[in-house]
Ligand binder design. Structure first.
Ligand code: HEC
Length: 156
């Protein structure tokens, strides 16, 4: 009887260890190379067609453009477009899932025609946004599948 108890306890410990290992292997950081250089290049091409007008060439957004007193506020793009690269953006999205950012982009961007890119194209643009945020590229592409994107945490 006593031996059974000890064995049961050992099995529980072993099962717990397996769980922890599986969990650690499944969850990755976006800083660990979750897209490729080639993919970010494709994303850049799309970004330059569909996003650059509002979020500008380095993702700095119109918020970063100083207003010139006396000059017309009318300018290309959208004066409200926020930065999608840099400290404030990284702090805002820190510890959230890549899926959150991907689905926000897909469901709301570009303003006026959401979901007008394919899931693969949104993944490519997301790869470029990671590049703009100086996250390193890796050996495997970022895929648009929900489970894969949920396994990636933005931040360390
Ligand atoms: C016509 C201007 C315009 C275009 C084009 C545009 N955006 Fe935006 N974007 C905005 C505005 C305005 C917001 C803020 C919306 C809000 O907060 O509700 C925004 C918000 C975002 C956000 C969320 C930022 C945050 O921190 O919450 C992301 C990511 C984003 N845009 C990515 C893109 C991508 C990718 C494209 C191209 C596929 C794109 N945008 C095209 C104007 C634009």
């Amino acid at each position: 009887m006593r031996l059974n108890g000890v064995m049961a306890a050992a099995m529980i410990v072993a099962a717990a260890a397996v769980n922890i290992e599986v969990g650690a292997a499944a969850q990755r950081s976006a800083y660990d190379g979750v897209y490729t250089v080639e993919q970010a290049k494709r994303g850049r091409g799309l970004y330059e067609k569909r996003c650059v007008l509002c979020h500008l060439d380095r993702g700095q957004g119109h918020e970063a453009v100083p207003e010139i007193v006396g000059q017309s506020l009318e300018r290309e793009g959208d004066a409200e477009a926020p930065a999608i690269a840099g400290d404030a953006f990284q702090i805002k999205w820190n510890s959230r899932r890549a899926w959150d950012l991907f689905s926000t982009m897909t469901n709301t961007m570009p303003v006026g025609s959401p979901r007008s890119l394919s899931p693969q194209e949104y993944a490519d643009v997301l790869a470029y946004i990671f590049e703009l945020n100086t996250l390193s590229a890796g050996a495997h592409e970022l895929t648009p599948e929900r489970a894969a994107l949920e396994s990636i945490t933005i931040g360390r």
